[in-house]
Design a protein. Structure first.
Length: 183
């Protein structure tokens, strides 16, 4: 784990010196320097004192870098296509268990010729346009600002029934590693 680098980064971002941390924690500057360079591993009790001095939760110091805040700049979004209608999918973010994407449905386009199912749960928000959504025996039309959700293990299908391109924000939660094509 790279706890020392996290401590140094937070300390510098908060414009604190090692001396200030030591004053609040009672630790020596030499020890803090070794902690920040990952040359020594502090106890949980010591980490708790450091976290308190930095005014951050202890758990944050224990997170691996890949488990901290992720970011995707608009110009850096990964774009793919999905389904028989080759829907444009902009991937907004992704964690181990959840993905969020913007999906463009041209007029008449759908998620496929037949309903499909997969693991997980989905939440949809219609950003623009008019769509028809079906899950099992339930079916409904949705317009801009409407949202719906479902357990994706039941076959489902979405189609643009409007005259203009529809844009839908979709968030998909799954347990464990995710498949790339869940639409």
């Amino acid at each position: 784990m790279d706890i020392g680098s996290a401590i140094r980064s937070i300390r510098k971002r908060k414009n604190m010196t090692i001396a200030q941390i030591c004053e609040e924690t009672g630790l020596s500057q030499g020890f803090m320097s070794q902690v920040e360079t990952n040359k020594t591993s502090p106890s949980i009790s010591t980490l708790e004192n450091i976290a308190t001095a930095l005014k951050v939760p202890l758990a944050y110091l224990l997170l691996k870098k890949e488990d901290r805040m992720g970011q995707v700049r608009a110009r850096e979004r990964r774009t793919t296509t999905s389904g028989t209608d080759r829907l444009k999918v902009e991937h907004l973010s992704s964690t181990k268990n959840m993905r969020m994407m913007l999906v463009e449905f041209p007029p008449g386009a759908s998620t496929g010729e037949t309903p499909h199912a997969h693991e997980g749960e989905e939440v949809h928000l219609v950003i623009r346009g008019k769509i028809f959504a079906q899950q099992g025996e339930d079916a409904e039309e949705f317009a801009e600002g409407d949202s719906f959700s479902w357990n994706a293990c039941t076959p489902h299908w979405v189609k643009n029934v409007g005259e203009d391109t529809a844009i839908v924000l979709i968030s998909i939660y799954t347990e464990g590693e995710q498949s790339q094509d869940l639409l």
